[in-house]
Design a binder for this molecule. Structure first.
Ligand SMILES: NC(=O)c1ccc[n+]([C@@H]2O[C@H](COP(=O)([O-])OP(=O)(O)OC[C@H]3O[C@@H](n4cnc5c(N)ncnc54)[C@H](OP(=O)(O)O)[C@@H]3O)[C@@H](O)[C@H]2O)c1
Length: 333
């Protein structure tokens, strides 16, 4: 295991604040997220948009046919923010969504060979990670990420609640001194391979036993089912490369956010590692939207085109596309 090296918010990292207009749009998103979490029955088409949403000056609209939408009046940075995050809101209260994210170099690495990943991507993408945490019910990471980074996995750079933290450590390699097991900042689950002699708790974390497949790997569909049963329906798989790859290979990712930074690492920890495809035609070629985050490009990929009606379809007016033919952040952070 690598030595701990914090990857979270080092002093001096110039993470941009939300502008007042973005802040208002973000508040509307958080409100819509909480509202849809709290609702327990399918929303009828006649469901009126609740007052607090109206209080955000009509920034978000919702209809059963189209889901959450960006009103035509939204422009510039507010429109881009809503276009990026509205598809992550549940269209119906019980809908599920699993999103993966990796920040990688031009040559496809997420960390150096020593495990250093502070920072592959720039500050705008770091803030984006915190937005993804705030919108999720649970954030999941593999054991190697906790070993290398000792992350807190909390929402600190934008307003929003901390998600439940889920650490995949099948062989129980991680020391109890890691921050996620000690700080009590959010409910925490340590996912281990089912077997004899598992403790009930590891520090402040609850130990969750999950069955393994013949190859000894955790049965991720069993884990996801258990998280859904606990009401954790919006899952954010934050890394590392092996963990995101296993969710993708198991067909469990609805969306994948790949942030590509203009840096070449040469040799290091791989981002996606999937079984080889015999032919190019067999390769996964998801539909993508591309957003600009500072110097990085974010590919928002629909890896499972119809996630059971989980996400919203942003209702957007035709707008000017850039040379990438996709919406981009109108403002460079
Ligand atoms: N740039 C980014 O976006 C980003 C994000 C996060 C982390 N990182 C960096 O990436 C590196 C860690 O990534 P990584 O790919 O090496 O490892 P990782 O995905 O963090 O952890 C992999 C480990 O998690 C456990 N695991 C995950 N899924 C499992 C499954 N289905 N079944 C059984 N075990 C499972 C396994 O533990 P066992 O080996 O014990 O079986 C596996 O070796 C660190 O250097 C970190 O700094 C970068």
């Amino acid at each position: 295991m690598e030595s701990a090296a914090s990857r979270q918010s080092p002093p001096g990292l110039p993470v941009p604040d939300l502008t007042p207009a973005e802040d208002q749009a973000w508040s509307a998103l958080l409100f819509a997220r909480r509202w849809s979490r709290g609702a327990t029955a399918p929303l009828a088409s006649a469901t009126p948009v609740p007052d607090p949403l109206m209080a955000t000056e009509g920034l978000i609209a919702r209809s059963e046919a189209t889901g959450w939408g960006v009103p035509p009046a939204a422009t510039g940075e507010v429109r881009t923010l809503l276009e990026l995050y509205l598809p992550l809101l549940p269209r119906q209260p019980m809908a599920t969504l699993t999103l993966g994210h990796l920040g990688q170099s031009l040559d496809g690495y997420i960390a150096t060979a020593r495990g250093e990943s502070c920072y592959v991507t720039g500050p705008a993408n770091i803030r984006h990670l915190h937005c993804l945490r705030a919108l999720a019910d649970a954030v999941l990471v593999g054991a190697e990420t906790v070993a290398a980074d000792d992350p807190r996995l909390t929402t600190r750079l934008v307003p929003g609640d901390n998600p439940t933290r889920v650490i995949l450590d099948p062989r129980r390699r991680l020391p109890v001194a890691r921050q996620v097991f000690q700080d009590g900042a959010a409910p925490t689950l340590l996912v281990c391979a089912a077997g004899e002699g598992l403790p009930h708790r590891w520090g402040q974390a609850e130990v969750l036993a999950v069955p393994t497949a013949e190859d000894g790997r955790l049965r991720l569909e069993a884990l996801v089912g258990e998280l859904h049963r606990r009401g954790l329906r919006h899952l954010f798989v934050e890394g590392g490369g092996l963990t995101v790859s296993r969710f993708l290979a198991a067909g469990l990712l609805d969306r994948l956010h790949l942030a590509v930074a203009p840096v070449v690492i040469g040799e290091g920890r791989r981002g996606l590692t999937l079984p080889a495809s015999p032919a190019l035609g067999d390769c996964l070629r998801p539909s993508c939207r591309v957003f600009r985050l500072g110097a990085d490009l974010l590919f928002d990929c629909e890896t499972r085109p119809d996630p059971g009606g989980a996400g919203a379809r942003a209702v957007t007016e035709p707008r000017e596309a850039n040379s990438l033919g996709a919406p981009v952040l109108s403002r460079v952070y």
